[in-house]
Design a protein around this ligand. Structure first.
Ligand SMILES: Nc1ncnc2c1ncn2[C@@H]1O[C@H](COP(=O)(O)OP(=O)(O)OP(=O)(O)O)[C@@H](O)[C@H]1O
Ligand SMILES: [Mg+2]
Length: 321
């Protein structure tokens, strides 16, 4: 069972619309309303791929109750810490020109007592051997810079192996707490290590070989900074990793991408599921890339069709760079 630690739950809306015009009116149709935030994607993908898990989050106001109800309707096990304020909404607009526009609200400002109750919740139930905790998403406003580091320690204290997918100061502090894995993209890695002058371009649209070389160097630095292993995903250019001291290059199957939002979350979900099952590293990385690609091919966020992912895994590769 994967413990998904998602301190920034959201109400997710996916709309289809004409091109979004800043300053103008954009009319659209609702494709999906669901419990969201990066961790909700991880749990949704985990269940789709035959795994089990539970999600912990904060719940604020009427929006928080709506998220809790939507999670229950979908069969996502969710436990929350109640807070003041109002839950955030994340809207993804799929333009009929193929554009994907994200409108993300900040969540409510949290108090130190909210943070403390959440850390207790994260460490409350002991893990079974080999189980993973996934800490996923940007931190909500008001929390201390050491929040994700404390969550990493709480996960370890309960016996979990911990994967962190985060950014900026939370990622920096969590690295020092020694998570078994970090799963980030270029922008997230660049937010804590390296800068443009050191070859951190923070873009996914470079040449794949150049992105892979840059990503591997960032993985090495993430490990030097304290992570036991690091995976850096590169969208359609696949991923690179440093795991158990070995370097990996992963190619992802080509798909017609409709909505790649949440592909990194589906990648993380599949990776820990496969590692927990005892699959070898290469197989786990191929399944992870396939889950990310399957999500990108779907209009929905954090959505993996397991049959498609299984087929795509045969078209992914994981080997030495
Ligand atoms: N357009 C695409 N075509 C094929 N595979 C894709 C595509 N986009 C993503 N993927 C797969 O999903 C993985 C994760 O994607 P990406 O690097 O975009 O994650 P991310 O930036 O963390 O996304 P998010 O935070 O929205 O979940 C990639 O390594 C790749 O295997
Ligand atoms: Mg991500």
């Amino acid at each position: 069972m994967t413990l998904v630690i998602c301190p920034n739950l959201a109400l997710d809306r996916v709309l289809t619309a004409g091109p979004v015009q800043p300053g103008g009116i954009t009319r659209g149709r609702v494709l999906r309303v669901q419990a969201g935030g990066k961790g909700a994607n991880v749990l949704r993908a985990t269940l789709a791929m035959g795994g089990a898990g539970r999600l912990i989050g904060f719940a604020a106001g009427p929006g928080g109750r709506l998220i809790t109800g939507l999670a229950a309707d979908e069969g996502l096990k969710l436990e929350t810490v109640e807070t003041h304020g109002e839950a955030r909404v994340s809207t993804v607009v799929l333009g009929d020109d193929g554009s994907v526009t994200r409108l993300y609200e900040y969540g409510p400002e949290l108090a130190a007592s909210d943070e403390e109750r959440y850390i207790v919740l994260a460490g409350r139930r002991p893990a079974l051997p080999g189980e993973w905790a996934v800490i996923d998403g940007a931190a909500p406003p008001g929390v201390s810079p050491g929040f994700y580091a404390a969550l990493t320690r709480a996960g370890h204290g309960a016996g979990y192996r911990v994967l962190v997918d985060a950014t900026d100061e939370q990622l920096a502090a969590a690295l020092a707490a020694g998570p078994e894995l970090v799963k980030v993209n270029l922008a997230e890695a660049c937010s804590v290590i390296g800068n443009a002058a050191e070859g951190c371009t923070d873009e996914k649209d470079g040449a794949p070989e150049q992105l892979a070389a840059e990503g591997l160097e960032l993985c090495r630095r993430l490990v030097t900074a304290g992570a036991r292993g690091a995976v850096l995903t590169l969208g359609p250019a696949g991923a690179v990793a440093v795991l158990d001291g070995a370097e990996w290059h992963v190619t992802t199957p080509a798909v017609r991408a409709v909505n790649p939002v949440g592909s990194g979350d589906c990648f993380a979900a599949a990776l820990v599921l496969a590692l927990q099952r005892g699959d070898d590293t290469a197989a786990a990385l191929r399944q992870a890339a396939a889950a990310g690609a399957a999500n990108a091919a779907s209009a929905l966020t954090g959505h993996v069709d397991p049959a498609l992912a299984e087929r795509l895994a045969d078209r992914a590769s994981a080997g030495r760079p």
